[in-house]
Design a binder for this molecule. Sequence first.
Ligand SMILES: [Zn+2]
Length: 245
Amino acid sequence: MFNTTKALVLREVRYKEADRMLTLFTSTDGKITAKARGALRKGSKTAAATQQLTYGEMTLFGNRGKWTVNEASVIEPFSGLRTDIADFALGCYFAECLEALSVEDQPDAALLQLGLNSLYALSKKMYPPRHIKAAFELRLMCLAGYEPNLSACAVCGSEAPEEPILSLADGHISCRRCRNAGSTVQLDTESLEAMRYIVSAPAKQLFSFRLSDGALNRLSAAAEQYLLTQTERRFGTLDYWKSVK
Ligand SMILES: [Zn+2]
């Protein structure tokens, strides 16, 4: 069975002498594993489009649940990521997040679009990396079913909580004086407004917000800590990005 699909390469591992084992986020089948035979051989026609963090069109052959890449051409190489080790590392973190929060064999157009838009913004240096990272993380959590409730203080109901804090395990906000036990991240009015924007903005305008440096620091901490707390795991690519940025 042949299937032509668009696919983002989330992960690429060398296999045997010249093959690549790929984790792909495809438009038709969601997250799948596929083998690209001979992709590392000189002159291979599938070499370019089967590289990590490349978006391409692929013809896949499926047999008893196993996929092989027959043809592959590049749609978007995200070239800007390949000349900057820190931006490439951050792109790999986005890919690891997408892999962790997507479901095998289940197409998810919104999740794929978020990944592509974030890699594009990073590649074109449209915003500072941590601005893109925070918006990606928070929006990803919303799409994956972990949307925090940012509307009002969970204790007193105030829609403009005083010295707002985000409760990481419960995913709600409260005023500092209303806080309960548990891990929290301190926000401020500006970073809370940005979070509210990110959870509800149209996909194409996700990054179109402005923040002072201090507020961006708080937003960054909140988005990252929230993702790590809710997923209950570590991301090797995140540690790596922090070591090279
Ligand atoms: Zn309150």
